[in-house]
Design a protein around this ligand. Structure first.
Ligand SMILES: Cc1cc2nc3c(=O)[nH]c(=O)nc-3n(C[C@H](O)[C@H](O)[C@H](O)COP(=O)(O)O)c2cc1C
Ligand SMILES: [Fe+2]
Ligand SMILES: [Fe+2]
Length: 395
Protein backbone atom coordinates (compact mmCIF):
# COMPACT_ATOMS: atom_id res chain seq x y z
CA UNK A 1 0.00 0.00 0.00
CA UNK A 2 1.10 3.56 -0.59
CA UNK A 3 -0.31 6.63 1.18
CA UNK A 4 0.83 9.44 -1.06
CA UNK A 5 -1.15 12.67 -1.49
CA UNK A 6 -1.25 15.16 -4.34
CA UNK A 7 -0.08 18.61 -3.40
CA UNK A 8 -0.48 19.91 -6.96
CA UNK A 9 -0.77 18.19 -10.32
CA UNK A 10 2.88 17.24 -10.36
CA UNK A 11 3.94 17.54 -6.71
CA UNK A 12 3.42 14.48 -4.54
CA UNK A 13 3.58 14.24 -0.76
CA UNK A 14 5.57 11.17 0.31
CA UNK A 15 5.93 11.88 3.98
CA UNK A 16 4.64 9.92 6.93
CA UNK A 17 3.42 10.44 10.45
CA UNK A 18 4.98 8.81 13.48
CA UNK A 19 2.68 8.33 16.46
CA UNK A 20 4.77 5.78 18.30
CA UNK A 21 7.83 7.83 19.19
CA UNK A 22 7.36 9.60 22.50
CA UNK A 23 10.06 12.22 22.06
CA UNK A 24 11.11 14.36 19.11
CA UNK A 25 14.90 14.74 18.93
CA UNK A 26 14.83 12.38 21.93
CA UNK A 27 13.85 15.26 24.19
CA UNK A 28 10.58 17.03 23.25
CA UNK A 29 7.34 15.17 24.09
CA UNK A 30 5.11 14.62 21.06
CA UNK A 31 1.85 13.34 22.55
CA UNK A 32 0.16 13.83 19.18
CA UNK A 33 3.04 12.48 17.08
CA UNK A 34 4.92 14.27 14.32
CA UNK A 35 5.10 14.07 10.55
CA UNK A 36 8.28 13.78 8.52
CA UNK A 37 7.54 15.37 5.17
CA UNK A 38 9.12 14.53 1.85
CA UNK A 39 8.02 15.67 -1.60
CA UNK A 40 8.46 14.46 -5.16
CA UNK A 41 8.27 16.99 -7.99
CA UNK A 42 7.63 15.26 -11.32
CA UNK A 43 8.66 17.19 -14.39
CA UNK A 44 10.89 16.38 -17.39
CA UNK A 45 13.39 15.76 -14.63
CA UNK A 46 12.19 14.44 -11.29
CA UNK A 47 13.31 15.93 -7.98
CA UNK A 48 12.94 14.31 -4.59
CA UNK A 49 12.96 16.96 -1.85
CA UNK A 50 14.43 15.42 1.31
CA UNK A 51 13.87 11.91 2.64
CA UNK A 52 12.46 10.99 6.07
CA UNK A 53 13.31 9.84 9.57
CA UNK A 54 14.21 6.20 10.07
CA UNK A 55 11.09 5.82 12.24
CA UNK A 56 9.00 6.04 9.06
CA UNK A 57 11.41 4.52 6.53
CA UNK A 58 9.08 1.75 5.41
CA UNK A 59 6.22 4.13 4.70
CA UNK A 60 8.58 6.57 2.96
CA UNK A 61 9.93 3.85 0.64
CA UNK A 62 6.52 2.48 -0.25
CA UNK A 63 5.34 6.01 -1.03
CA UNK A 64 8.47 6.89 -3.01
CA UNK A 65 8.31 3.78 -5.19
CA UNK A 66 4.61 4.30 -5.87
CA UNK A 67 5.09 7.96 -6.74
CA UNK A 68 8.00 7.19 -9.06
CA UNK A 69 6.04 4.45 -10.81
CA UNK A 70 9.14 2.47 -11.66
CA UNK A 71 11.32 5.46 -12.53
CA UNK A 72 14.15 7.01 -10.56
CA UNK A 73 14.62 10.53 -9.23
CA UNK A 74 17.07 12.61 -11.25
CA UNK A 75 17.76 14.82 -8.25
CA UNK A 76 17.72 14.48 -4.50
CA UNK A 77 17.53 17.99 -3.07
CA UNK A 78 18.76 18.16 0.52
CA UNK A 79 17.52 21.04 2.68
CA UNK A 80 19.78 20.07 5.57
CA UNK A 81 21.48 17.03 6.97
CA UNK A 82 19.62 16.51 10.21
CA UNK A 83 18.81 12.81 10.40
CA UNK A 84 15.06 13.30 10.88
CA UNK A 85 15.02 14.05 7.14
CA UNK A 86 18.36 12.72 5.96
CA UNK A 87 18.23 9.20 7.40
CA UNK A 88 17.29 7.63 4.06
CA UNK A 89 19.70 9.53 1.81
CA UNK A 90 22.35 6.81 1.62
CA UNK A 91 19.69 4.21 0.84
CA UNK A 92 18.19 6.39 -1.93
CA UNK A 93 21.62 6.91 -3.51
CA UNK A 94 22.37 3.20 -3.31
CA UNK A 95 19.00 2.19 -4.73
CA UNK A 96 19.04 4.74 -7.57
CA UNK A 97 22.60 4.89 -8.92
CA UNK A 98 21.70 7.62 -11.45
CA UNK A 99 20.31 10.02 -8.84
CA UNK A 100 22.41 13.10 -8.11
CA UNK A 101 22.37 15.08 -4.91
CA UNK A 102 21.87 18.84 -4.95
CA UNK A 103 22.80 20.69 -1.75
CA UNK A 104 24.92 23.40 -0.18
CA UNK A 105 28.66 22.97 0.34
CA UNK A 106 28.03 22.61 4.05
CA UNK A 107 25.49 19.85 3.53
CA UNK A 108 27.90 18.10 1.16
CA UNK A 109 30.54 17.90 3.89
CA UNK A 110 28.01 16.59 6.39
CA UNK A 111 26.76 14.06 3.85
CA UNK A 112 30.25 12.55 3.75
CA UNK A 113 30.51 12.69 7.55
CA UNK A 114 27.25 10.82 8.07
CA UNK A 115 27.42 8.29 5.25
CA UNK A 116 31.01 8.14 4.00
CA UNK A 117 32.29 9.91 0.88
CA UNK A 118 29.75 10.41 -1.93
CA UNK A 119 31.56 10.70 -5.31
CA UNK A 120 31.88 14.29 -6.53
CA UNK A 121 30.15 13.47 -9.83
CA UNK A 122 27.01 12.61 -7.88
CA UNK A 123 26.94 15.98 -6.15
CA UNK A 124 25.83 19.37 -7.38
CA UNK A 125 26.75 22.12 -4.92
CA UNK A 126 24.53 25.20 -5.06
CA UNK A 127 25.00 28.70 -3.73
CA UNK A 128 22.60 31.44 -2.71
CA UNK A 129 20.17 32.36 -5.50
CA UNK A 130 21.22 29.66 -7.99
CA UNK A 131 18.58 27.80 -9.96
CA UNK A 132 17.81 24.36 -11.33
CA UNK A 133 15.46 23.90 -14.28
CA UNK A 134 13.49 20.66 -14.25
CA UNK A 135 11.48 21.42 -17.41
CA UNK A 136 8.32 23.35 -16.59
CA UNK A 137 9.55 24.11 -13.08
CA UNK A 138 12.49 26.29 -12.14
CA UNK A 139 13.76 25.93 -8.60
CA UNK A 140 15.72 28.69 -6.89
CA UNK A 141 17.76 28.00 -3.79
CA UNK A 142 18.21 30.30 -0.81
CA UNK A 143 20.47 29.60 2.11
CA UNK A 144 18.99 29.84 5.60
CA UNK A 145 22.06 29.43 7.79
CA UNK A 146 21.28 28.46 11.41
CA UNK A 147 17.56 27.99 10.83
CA UNK A 148 18.44 25.79 12.63
CA UNK A 149 21.55 24.02 11.29
CA UNK A 150 24.40 25.85 9.54
CA UNK A 151 24.02 24.24 6.10
CA UNK A 152 20.26 24.80 5.66
CA UNK A 153 18.78 25.95 2.39
CA UNK A 154 15.20 26.43 1.30
CA UNK A 155 13.91 25.84 -2.24
CA UNK A 156 11.52 28.11 -4.07
CA UNK A 157 9.59 26.74 -7.03
CA UNK A 158 9.26 29.88 -9.16
CA UNK A 159 6.76 28.23 -11.48
CA UNK A 160 4.13 27.47 -8.85
CA UNK A 161 5.17 29.82 -6.02
CA UNK A 162 5.88 26.95 -3.65
CA UNK A 163 8.40 27.47 -0.86
CA UNK A 164 9.97 24.30 0.47
CA UNK A 165 10.88 25.84 3.78
CA UNK A 166 12.90 23.09 5.52
CA UNK A 167 12.14 23.07 9.27
CA UNK A 168 10.83 26.63 9.24
CA UNK A 169 7.03 26.83 9.57
CA UNK A 170 6.93 23.25 10.82
CA UNK A 171 4.98 21.98 13.78
CA UNK A 172 4.55 19.02 16.07
CA UNK A 173 1.56 16.76 15.58
CA UNK A 174 0.95 13.91 13.16
CA UNK A 175 -1.23 14.60 10.14
CA UNK A 176 -4.83 13.49 10.43
CA UNK A 177 -5.75 12.88 6.84
CA UNK A 178 -5.71 16.50 5.73
CA UNK A 179 -2.45 17.50 4.08
CA UNK A 180 -3.39 21.19 3.86
CA UNK A 181 -3.79 23.23 7.03
CA UNK A 182 -6.78 24.97 5.45
CA UNK A 183 -8.59 21.64 5.17
CA UNK A 184 -8.24 20.92 8.88
CA UNK A 185 -8.95 22.86 12.05
CA UNK A 186 -6.28 25.39 12.92
CA UNK A 187 -7.29 26.72 16.31
CA UNK A 188 -5.51 27.90 19.43
CA UNK A 189 -4.16 24.42 20.13
CA UNK A 190 -2.52 24.10 16.71
CA UNK A 191 -0.92 27.54 17.01
CA UNK A 192 0.31 26.66 20.51
CA UNK A 193 1.95 23.49 19.23
CA UNK A 194 3.53 25.42 16.39
CA UNK A 195 4.92 27.91 18.88
CA UNK A 196 6.22 25.05 21.05
CA UNK A 197 8.02 23.68 17.99
CA UNK A 198 9.31 27.14 17.06
CA UNK A 199 10.51 28.12 20.53
CA UNK A 200 12.28 24.88 21.29
CA UNK A 201 13.82 24.10 17.94
CA UNK A 202 14.27 27.37 16.10
CA UNK A 203 13.75 29.94 18.88
CA UNK A 204 17.40 30.54 19.61
CA UNK A 205 17.99 31.75 16.06
CA UNK A 206 15.72 34.79 15.92
CA UNK A 207 18.15 36.92 13.89
CA UNK A 208 18.62 34.15 11.35
CA UNK A 209 14.84 33.66 11.08
CA UNK A 210 14.53 37.39 10.44
CA UNK A 211 17.05 37.06 7.60
CA UNK A 212 15.03 34.21 6.10
CA UNK A 213 11.79 36.20 6.42
CA UNK A 214 13.40 39.07 4.52
CA UNK A 215 14.29 36.70 1.68
CA UNK A 216 10.78 35.22 1.69
CA UNK A 217 9.22 38.69 1.61
CA UNK A 218 10.76 39.22 -1.82
CA UNK A 219 9.18 36.06 -3.24
CA UNK A 220 5.64 35.52 -4.51
CA UNK A 221 4.96 32.66 -2.11
CA UNK A 222 1.62 30.93 -2.68
CA UNK A 223 2.25 27.75 -0.78
CA UNK A 224 4.62 26.64 1.97
CA UNK A 225 5.72 23.01 2.18
CA UNK A 226 7.52 22.52 5.51
CA UNK A 227 9.27 19.39 6.72
CA UNK A 228 6.88 18.83 9.65
CA UNK A 229 3.15 19.36 9.80
CA UNK A 230 0.64 20.44 7.18
CA UNK A 231 1.17 22.33 3.92
CA UNK A 232 0.15 25.98 4.16
CA UNK A 233 -1.81 27.95 1.56
CA UNK A 234 -4.42 30.28 3.01
CA UNK A 235 -2.82 31.38 6.26
CA UNK A 236 0.56 32.40 4.84
CA UNK A 237 0.34 36.09 5.89
CA UNK A 238 -0.69 35.02 9.41
CA UNK A 239 2.15 32.52 9.52
CA UNK A 240 4.73 35.07 8.38
CA UNK A 241 3.50 37.64 10.87
CA UNK A 242 3.62 35.17 13.77
CA UNK A 243 7.14 34.10 12.79
CA UNK A 244 8.11 37.76 12.61
CA UNK A 245 6.85 38.41 16.15
CA UNK A 246 8.25 35.19 17.58
CA UNK A 247 11.68 35.80 16.07
CA UNK A 248 11.77 39.40 17.30
CA UNK A 249 10.93 38.28 20.83
CA UNK A 250 7.55 39.99 20.94
CA UNK A 251 4.89 38.39 23.07
CA UNK A 252 1.70 39.29 24.85
CA UNK A 253 0.03 38.56 28.14
CA UNK A 254 1.43 37.68 31.54
CA UNK A 255 2.81 34.30 32.52
CA UNK A 256 3.56 33.56 36.16
CA UNK A 257 6.08 30.76 36.57
CA UNK A 258 5.95 29.34 40.05
CA UNK A 259 8.65 27.19 41.64
CA UNK A 260 7.42 25.89 44.96
CA UNK A 261 8.32 23.00 47.21
CA UNK A 262 5.48 23.05 49.74
CA UNK A 263 2.98 25.45 48.19
CA UNK A 264 3.51 28.74 50.04
CA UNK A 265 5.04 30.42 47.00
CA UNK A 266 2.08 29.16 44.99
CA UNK A 267 -0.17 31.25 47.24
CA UNK A 268 1.75 34.36 46.23
CA UNK A 269 1.48 33.44 42.53
CA UNK A 270 -2.27 32.86 42.77
CA UNK A 271 -2.78 36.02 44.81
CA UNK A 272 -0.90 38.03 42.18
CA UNK A 273 -2.92 36.44 39.36
CA UNK A 274 -6.17 37.42 41.09
CA UNK A 275 -4.92 40.96 41.65
CA UNK A 276 -3.98 41.25 37.97
CA UNK A 277 -7.40 40.03 36.98
CA UNK A 278 -9.01 42.65 39.25
CA UNK A 279 -6.95 45.27 37.47
CA UNK A 280 -8.31 44.18 34.09
CA UNK A 281 -5.38 42.07 32.90
CA UNK A 282 -7.19 39.16 31.27
CA UNK A 283 -4.36 37.34 29.52
CA UNK A 284 -2.73 35.70 32.58
CA UNK A 285 -1.53 32.13 33.09
CA UNK A 286 0.06 30.52 36.12
CA UNK A 287 2.36 27.53 35.66
CA UNK A 288 3.95 25.36 38.32
CA UNK A 289 7.40 24.69 36.88
CA UNK A 290 7.43 21.20 38.40
CA UNK A 291 4.07 20.26 36.96
CA UNK A 292 4.66 21.14 33.33
CA UNK A 293 7.21 19.63 30.99
CA UNK A 294 10.00 22.09 30.07
CA UNK A 295 9.23 22.43 26.34
CA UNK A 296 5.71 23.66 27.20
CA UNK A 297 7.11 26.14 29.72
CA UNK A 298 9.54 27.47 27.10
CA UNK A 299 6.68 27.96 24.65
CA UNK A 300 4.73 29.85 27.30
CA UNK A 301 7.73 32.08 27.92
CA UNK A 302 7.81 32.81 24.19
CA UNK A 303 4.10 33.62 24.11
CA UNK A 304 4.13 36.17 26.90
CA UNK A 305 5.14 39.80 27.00
CA UNK A 306 5.64 39.77 30.76
CA UNK A 307 7.00 36.90 32.82
CA UNK A 308 6.81 36.73 36.59
CA UNK A 309 9.26 34.33 38.21
CA UNK A 310 8.11 33.30 41.68
CA UNK A 311 10.28 30.78 43.44
CA UNK A 312 11.40 29.25 46.69
CA UNK A 313 15.02 29.66 47.67
CA UNK A 314 16.87 26.38 47.58
CA UNK A 315 20.22 25.52 49.11
CA UNK A 316 21.42 29.12 48.80
CA UNK A 317 20.14 29.24 45.23
CA UNK A 318 16.80 28.88 43.50
CA UNK A 319 14.43 25.89 43.41
CA UNK A 320 15.86 23.33 41.02
CA UNK A 321 13.04 23.20 38.45
CA UNK A 322 12.95 26.99 38.27
CA UNK A 323 16.72 26.98 37.81
CA UNK A 324 16.31 24.50 34.95
CA UNK A 325 13.68 26.66 33.28
CA UNK A 326 15.85 29.78 33.56
CA UNK A 327 18.84 27.98 32.05
CA UNK A 328 16.60 26.71 29.26
CA UNK A 329 15.42 30.28 28.58
CA UNK A 330 18.98 31.54 28.55
CA UNK A 331 20.11 28.69 26.27
CA UNK A 332 17.34 29.61 23.81
CA UNK A 333 18.29 33.29 24.02
CA UNK A 334 14.84 34.28 25.36
CA UNK A 335 14.94 38.06 25.55
CA UNK A 336 13.31 41.49 25.23
CA UNK A 337 10.54 40.81 27.77
CA UNK A 338 9.29 42.53 30.89
CA UNK A 339 9.96 40.52 34.02
CA UNK A 340 9.13 40.58 37.71
CA UNK A 341 10.43 38.49 40.58
CA UNK A 342 8.98 36.97 43.74
CA UNK A 343 11.17 34.96 46.07
CA UNK A 344 10.45 32.91 49.16
CA UNK A 345 13.04 32.13 51.81
CA UNK A 346 12.77 30.82 55.32
CA UNK A 347 16.25 31.70 56.61
CA UNK A 348 18.29 33.49 53.89
CA UNK A 349 16.31 34.23 50.72
CA UNK A 350 18.51 33.62 47.69
CA UNK A 351 16.06 32.89 44.86
CA UNK A 352 15.71 36.38 43.36
CA UNK A 353 19.39 37.18 43.03
CA UNK A 354 20.04 33.72 41.60
CA UNK A 355 17.26 34.09 39.05
CA UNK A 356 18.46 37.56 38.02
CA UNK A 357 22.02 36.35 37.67
CA UNK A 358 21.00 33.54 35.31
CA UNK A 359 18.97 35.89 33.09
CA UNK A 360 21.54 38.66 33.03
CA UNK A 361 22.28 40.01 29.57
CA UNK A 362 18.92 39.05 28.06
CA UNK A 363 17.68 42.61 27.64
CA UNK A 364 14.88 42.16 30.17
CA UNK A 365 13.13 45.08 31.82
CA UNK A 366 12.25 44.54 35.47
CA UNK A 367 8.84 45.87 36.47
CA UNK A 368 8.01 46.80 40.05
CA UNK A 369 10.01 45.75 43.09
CA UNK A 370 11.12 42.25 43.86
CA UNK A 371 8.82 40.74 46.48
CA UNK A 372 10.46 38.73 49.25
CA UNK A 373 8.24 36.32 51.15
CA UNK A 374 9.29 34.82 54.45
CA UNK A 375 7.96 31.24 54.49
CA UNK A 376 4.24 32.01 54.32
CA UNK A 377 2.77 34.51 51.85
CA UNK A 378 0.62 35.96 54.67
CA UNK A 379 1.64 39.55 55.22
CA UNK A 380 2.98 40.01 51.67
CA UNK A 381 -0.34 41.26 50.29
CA UNK A 382 0.68 44.91 50.10
CA UNK A 383 3.91 44.12 48.27
CA UNK A 384 2.03 41.86 45.84
CA UNK A 385 -0.66 44.52 45.31
CA UNK A 386 2.07 47.00 44.42
CA UNK A 387 3.58 44.52 41.98
CA UNK A 388 0.15 43.95 40.41
CA UNK A 389 -0.23 47.73 40.02
CA UNK A 390 3.14 47.96 38.28
CA UNK A 391 2.42 45.05 35.92
CA UNK A 392 -1.09 46.25 35.14
CA UNK A 393 0.23 49.72 34.35
CA UNK A 394 2.52 48.23 31.67
CA UNK A 395 0.14 45.60 30.28
C1 LIG B 1 15.79 21.53 50.33
C2 LIG B 1 15.42 22.93 50.71
C3 LIG B 1 16.37 23.93 50.62
C4 LIG B 1 16.05 25.24 50.98
N1 LIG B 1 17.04 26.19 50.92
C5 LIG B 1 16.76 27.46 51.34
C6 LIG B 1 17.76 28.48 51.36
O1 LIG B 1 18.88 28.26 50.93
N2 LIG B 1 17.45 29.70 51.84
C7 LIG B 1 16.20 29.98 52.34
O2 LIG B 1 15.94 31.10 52.77
N3 LIG B 1 15.21 29.05 52.32
C8 LIG B 1 15.46 27.79 51.84
N4 LIG B 1 14.47 26.85 51.84
C9 LIG B 1 13.10 27.24 52.25
C10 LIG B 1 12.27 27.56 51.01
O3 LIG B 1 12.91 28.52 50.19
C11 LIG B 1 10.87 28.10 51.31
O4 LIG B 1 10.96 29.19 52.15
C12 LIG B 1 9.94 27.07 51.90
O5 LIG B 1 10.08 25.84 51.20
C13 LIG B 1 8.47 27.50 51.84
O6 LIG B 1 8.04 27.85 50.56
P1 LIG B 1 7.26 26.82 49.58
O7 LIG B 1 6.11 26.26 50.36
O8 LIG B 1 6.82 27.63 48.40
O9 LIG B 1 8.21 25.72 49.18
C14 LIG B 1 14.77 25.53 51.46
C15 LIG B 1 13.80 24.52 51.50
C16 LIG B 1 14.12 23.23 51.14
C17 LIG B 1 13.05 22.17 51.23
FE1 LIG C 1 16.13 20.13 11.35
FE1 LIG D 1 13.13 18.47 11.11
Amino acid sequence: MHITQSVTEDLIYLGASDRRGRLFENVYPIPEGVSYNSYLLKDEKTALLDTADKAVSERFWANLKAALGGGAPDWLIISHMEPDHAANIAAVLAHYPETRVLCTAGASRMLDQFFGPVPAERKQIVKEGETLCLGRHTLRFFTAPMVHWPEVMVTFDETDGTLFSADAFGTFGALNGALFADEAETGAHEWAEMLRYYANIVGKYGAQVQALLKKAAGLPVRMICPLHGPVRRKEIPELLSRYDRWSRGEGEGVVIFCGTIYGHTQDAADYLAVQLNRRGVTNVRVHDVSAREPSFLLAEAWRCGTAVFASSSYNAGVFVNMENLLHDLKAHDWKNRKVAYIENGTWAPSAARTMKAILEGQNLTEIGSTVTIRSSADGSEAALDALADAIAAEA
